[in-house]
Write a protein that binds this ligand. Structure first.
Ligand code: GCU
Length: 655
């Protein structure tokens, strides 16, 4: 439980456990997760053995409590704090809640019951067993190798896995998919002859109430089973999946189910057999159903071999075009896992219209904690404000449900940003993204600034430093606006991409302009942006319900920050902000770099308040962030000056 040596304690440093550790604790109840709680309490108390006398805090399992399977009730009165839960998982979440509250957990307050808004709160690891010469081991991973797989097999030393599970439970996450959605040959076998390796990992994760999922290949019946088809309507295929699911559950009784990326970026899928994605998902769902398992079927299906000359194809339309018509056709234990935006985790995208179009389908919303397009954990980019905006979006307007509410059938998923790096996430400040994801999955309407405060208090223990307020305000200054700062010096006004092809790091304005991936900005000498209106463009705007279909339809009503996602406009087009598009591009790129410089300066002033190694790691990464931000500024500004011929009103240096 102490975590392997050299591994950062992240948001569970010993200081955060002191509030509980110094008090008398009673635990009433039994079961594996209650044992985990006992071990946590013993650790907090420094293994000194239970303190004697009346308890200050009681954890009580009470089958009659109205808390649901994961919730808990907190009572604080008369000098005693009680956590009551109907199930052991609730007690464990209650414990971590008490840790978060710190001293406030022991002052009188009205009774509160906490239940997660979403019952599935999952991380997807894009981890491979094998190490790819270019991609590395973790696809889009920026935190070292895999936490689960090493030297071609499941890690023998699983302390790290357990320490990870503990951190995840402490922020509310309850499921982990342990391998990449792109299932290569070696990893495909995790489903069959290598399932015991998955079981070993699942055993550790289960100690903290996390369910294990596995990414599987749709072609598994062919690749692993030797069948001549993976046609979902073929009885042999159906039988094969049943046997595979039975086998998985025989090894992992609390197994969660499968994640499937099908007919996407070269992965096999039902289209090869003329079948629908509902057919594909349902054959796997049926195999899992007797065990209570779930298939998470990804909606990231689009044409990735598009001809850039073909203006009739719009990648943004793809998820809706493929899946909206299938609404109501998926089995009860099939969840459609939809990326939050229609493209691919850009710094700014509208909310995917398909999320609001599936009233009869269980939907999970997928976020990307790993910072593929948001600075690859070399740039500070706190994503909670972006995610909070997505979760609070109402696809049917003011009176309709939020995305956070619409996800209650399938849950919230994030691609993990963690790896074998000693700080878990490469950039120590990227830990906040992992923490905030878990907390938002538990409570989608949580205030991101409050979450930042919570994380800061836990991780940096300001009260233990010489100047708590300077540390707090410094961390706030560095993280709070970092997403907007990143947006300012990268692709403008929602247009997206402009990255180096392949690895996606650093500027490449035309990097994807003539590529097959469907990611274009269409800049010419007169203007920039993608016309996705119904009237003159690709019709994507019409995939939204009202009022959004109208809001996005015209440049006049479209919000500035998404203007170039929805419209192609002249450089002289005047934004709601009063600036022209070209001047906005220049100004934001200068500002973005200035903001990053200022943040670097603030970080430098915290050297006496942050552990030296952590401080040094962040300071070093700021050097790279600034180098890269200046590169972005200069390439983007030069590109648009050359295209448009319109000088910067501020007369600043553009190359
Ligand atoms: C992005 C990413 C890929 C990943 C894919 C997915 O395109 O670059 O590495 O496989 O998303 O979500 O499946």
């Amino acid at each position: 439980m102490t975590g392997p040596s050299g591994i950062d304690h992240a948001w569970l440093p010993d200081a955060a456990l002191r509030g509980i550790g110094s008090r008398r604790v009673t635990i009433e109840g039994d079961g594996p997760l209650v044992d985990t709680l006992r071990a946590e309490v013993a650790y907090a108390q420094g293994n000194a053995g239970a303190l004697q006398g009346d308890a200050d805090i009681v954890f009580r399992l009470d089958g009659d409590a109205d808390t649901g399977p994961e919730g808990f009730t907190l009572t604080r009165s008369g000098g005693r704090t009680t956590v009551t839960a109907a199930a052991p998982a609730g007690l464990l979440y209650g414990f971590f809640h008490v840790v978060r509250l710190g001293a406030a957990a022991f002052t009188d307050a009205p009774e509160q019951t906490h239940r997660p808004a979403l019952s599935r709160r999952m991380l997807n690891h894009w981890d491979n067993i094998d190490v790819h010469p270019v991609m590395g081991q973790v696809e889009r991973g920026y935190a070292g190798g895999s936490l689960f797989w090493e030297d071609g097999r499941a890690r023998g030393d699983r302390d790290r896995v357990r320490a990870y599970a503990r951190l995840l439970a402490a922020c509310g996450i309850n499921a982990v998919c342990v391998n990449n959605v792109n299932v290569h040959g070696t990893e495909a076998r995790l489903l069959t002859d290598r399932i015991s390796e998955v079981a070993a990992i699942a055993g550790e994760l289960g100690e903290y109430g996390l369910r294990t999922f596995l990414s599987v290949s749709f072609a598994a019946p062919v690749v692993l089973g030797g069948l001549d088809t993976a046609d979902p309507l073929d009885d042999r295929v159906r039988d094969w999946w049943r046997t595979a699911a039975d086998h998985a559950y025989a090894h992992i009784p609390d197994f969660g189910g499968f994640v499937v990326k099908a007919d996407s970026e070269g992965q096999p899928g039902p289209f090869a057999y003329g079948r629908s994605h509902a057919d594909g998902a349902n054959v796997i769902a049926d195999a899992l159903a007797p065990h209570g398992g779930t298939v998470h079927w990804r909606a990231f299906v689009y044409n990735h071999v598009q001809d850039w000359r073909d203006r009739t194809t719009d990648r943004a339309r793809a998820a809706y075009d493929h899946f909206a018509a299938l609404d109501g056709q998926f089995k009860d234990n099939a969840v459609l896992q939809v990326k939050h935006g229609p493209m691919d985790f850009q710094v700014r995208e509208p909310v995917s219209p398909v999320i609001g179009a599936l009233s009869r389908t269980r939907v999970a919303v997928e976020l990307q904690a790993t910072q593929e397009y948001t600075g690859q954990q070399r740039h500070v980019c706190a994503l909670a404000p972006m995610w909070s905006g997505v979760l609070g979006f109402r696809p049917e307007g003011e009176d309709g449900a939020t995305v956070g509410q619409l996800a209650d059938g399938g849950g919230l998923v994030a691609v993990s940003n963690a790896g074998a790096d000693p700080y878990w996430t490469g950039h120590p400040l990227a830990q906040f993204n992992l923490y905030a994801y878990g907390r938002l999955a538990w409570q989608p309407d949580a205030d991101p600034q409050q979450l930042l405060h919570e994380w800061t208090e836990l991780t940096f223990s300001p009260e233990e430093t010489a100047d708590p307020e300077r540390l707090r305000s410094g961390l706030r200054a560095v993280l709070r606006g970092s997403w907007e700062t990143y947006e300012k010096y990268t692709a403008p006004l929602g247009v997206g991409f402009m990255v180096q092809p392949g690895h996606h790091y650093g500027p490449g304005v035309d990097g994807y302009e003539y590529s097959p991936w469907g990611t274009y900005h269409f800049a010419d000498r007169d203007g920039i942006g993608v016309d996705r209106s119904r009237a003159t463009g690709t019709g994507y705007a019409a995939q939204y319900a009202k009022p959004w279909s109208q809001t996005y339809e015209t440049p006049e009503s479209c919000p500035d920050e998404l203007l170039l996602f929805f419209h192609h406009v002249p450089y002289g087009h005047v934004l709601h902000s009063g600036k022209t598009v070209i001047q906005h591009i220049y100004d934001t790129h200068f500002e973005g770099v200035e903001e990053a410089e200022a943040a670097q300066g603030v970080w430098a002033t915290l050297a006496d308040l942050v552990a030296p190694a952590r401080h040094a790691r962040v300071a070093e990464l700021y050097e790279e962030q600034l180098r890269s931000a200046r590169e972005w500024r200069d390439q983007v500004n030069s590109y648009f000056l050359r295209k448009s011929g319109i000088p910067d009103a501020g007369g600043r240096r553009i190359y």
